[in-house]
Ligand binder design. Structure first.
Ligand code: NAD
Ligand code: MG
Length: 393
């Protein structure tokens, strides 16, 4: 039986993954190795019992006792903390879902590549912070990284059966988020609840707000570069409010292969779970006559500067991706805490990148997991300092 683990099992992607595994036979069809979560120990314990996991790990030490209590008599081991997370990732598995949110997902995902199996990668932060390390680790162990981000799953599917060298560009679509048509003055006063109200997708809090600021799409541009080795000039973004076409690949002969589907992550998760086969999935079938029209237009980089920042990051290379992600996460923390406004996030990220770039912190250093994590800390500190200055002024 296939041995599978889910990191970030209690999140939006993780719950859908656990459900698909349960529907595909659960403990009768898979050996479920490790499940991880955060503070939602009741859900984690429930999932672990249902799937008969070997071990359940909470990221937080103070959640260990409640997790132990919830698992009492189940035969599922309980553990807590980042070292336990890495130990769980070191348990051999053929298929691992990387669905922790943020840079915290990097080390467990990287560890899981050492099994030489499949890493289903929802955690785009891993590729943005440390794409070259992830790719080298996968190559060293003969592991396969399968993208779970819907756009990247779409690109992967459009490239399947083609020669990579024949692809000349990719187009990622973006819904444009809830603020697509908002004027700049209104954006400045946008609240967390308004930013969370994504028109098409139901997702975790952080990625929903990143979608509203287009930081999510900026991350995805970098992710596409790292996963498929397109140059920055070959990666385009189109606003597509219906979220039906997830991405397109353009070939040397002018043809475009598009991937269409309902905005439901269970498609991309299920594709990665069943690859290279396809299995029936519980997603709605598109009625194109009812949808009737698909709109596309260019993104407005004046109101949404994140895409411009992503191009600078790709140009700089090296540790700029790690700094970009950390600054973005830290700016989002400041927005969630009510410390800064929605429209302050992008300038804050830019100030941080400029400062670290000018100090020579992002280029030239050796690119290792340690230097990535050190850059992450430095960028967070720098962003927090800039946020407090902004708050005082
Ligand atoms: P979420 O917030 O719903 O869930 C995050 C999971 O990570 C939870 O299990 C949580 O307990 C765990 N977690 C949180 N902080 C942690 C920490 N410090 N250490 C260890 N575990 C921690 O997030 P999500 O929306 O499911 O997104 C997960 C990942 O998938 C993100 O990288 C996101 O960008 C990516 N992704 C999500 C979607 C989506 O539709 N939700 C789509 C594409 C990509
Ligand atoms: Mg996406």
């Amino acid at each position: 039986m296939r041995r599978v683990s889910i990191f970030g099992a209690t999140g939006s992607i993780g719950v859908n993954t656990a459900d698909l595994i349960a529907k595909a036979g659960g403990a009768d069809a898979f050996d479920v190795v490790a499940l991880s979560g955060g503070r939602n120990v009741a859900l984690l314990a429930d999932q672990a019992r249902r799937l008969k996991a070997e071990i359940a790990v909470t990221a937080f030490d103070d959640c260990l006792e409640p997790l132990r209590a919830a698992l009492a008599g189940s035969g599922v081991a309980a553990a807590a903390g980042s070292a336990a997370l890495l130990e769980a990732a070191a348990r051999p598995a053929d298929w691992v879902m990387s669905a922790i949110v943020g840079a915290a997902g990097l080390a467990p995902g990287m560890r899981a590549l050492a099994h030489g199996g499949t890493l289903a990668l929802a955690n785009k932060e891993s590729m943005v912070c440390a794409g070259p390390l992830m790719r080298a680790e996968a190559a060293r162990h003969g592991a396969t990284i399968l993208p779970v981000d819907s756009e990247h799953s779409a690109i992967f599917q459009a490239l399947t059966g083609e020669r990579r060298a024949d692809a000349e560009r990719v187009i990622l679509t973006a819904s444009g988020g809830p603020f697509r048509d908002w004027p700049a003055e209104r954006l400045a006063r946008a609240t967390v609840a308004e930013a969370m109200a994504h028109p098409n997708w139901r997702m975790g809090q952080r990625i929903s707000i990143d979608s509203a600021s287009l930081f999510n799409k900026a991350m995805e541009v970098i992710e596409a570069r790292e996963l498929f080795d397109f140059s920055p000039g070959q990666i385009e973004v189109l606003i597509h409010p219906q979220s039906i076409v997830h991405a397109l690949v353009g070939f040397a002969d002018g043809g475009l292969m598009a991937h269409l589907g309902p905005p439901d992550m269970r498609h991309a998760i299920g594709y990665a779970l069943n690859w290279p086969d396809r299995a029936a999935l519980p997603v709605a079938r598109l009625d194109l006559a009812e949808i009737a029209r698909l709109d596309f237009h260019a993104p407005d980089e004046a109101r949404f500067p994140a895409l411009r920042l992503a191009r600078g990051v790709m140009q700089a290379g090296g540790l700029a991706g790690a700094a970009f992600n950390a600054a973005k996460e830290s700016a989002l923390d400041a927005f969630l805490a009510g410390q800064i406004g929605f429209a302050d996030m992008a300038p804050l990220v830019e100030v941080t990148l400029d400062k670290l770039m000018a100090q020579g912190d992002l280029t030239g250093a050796t690119f290792t997991l340690d230097s990535v994590l050190a850059t992450d800390h430095l960028a967070r500190r720098t962003t927090q300092e800039a946020a407090s200055r902004l708050n005082q002024s």
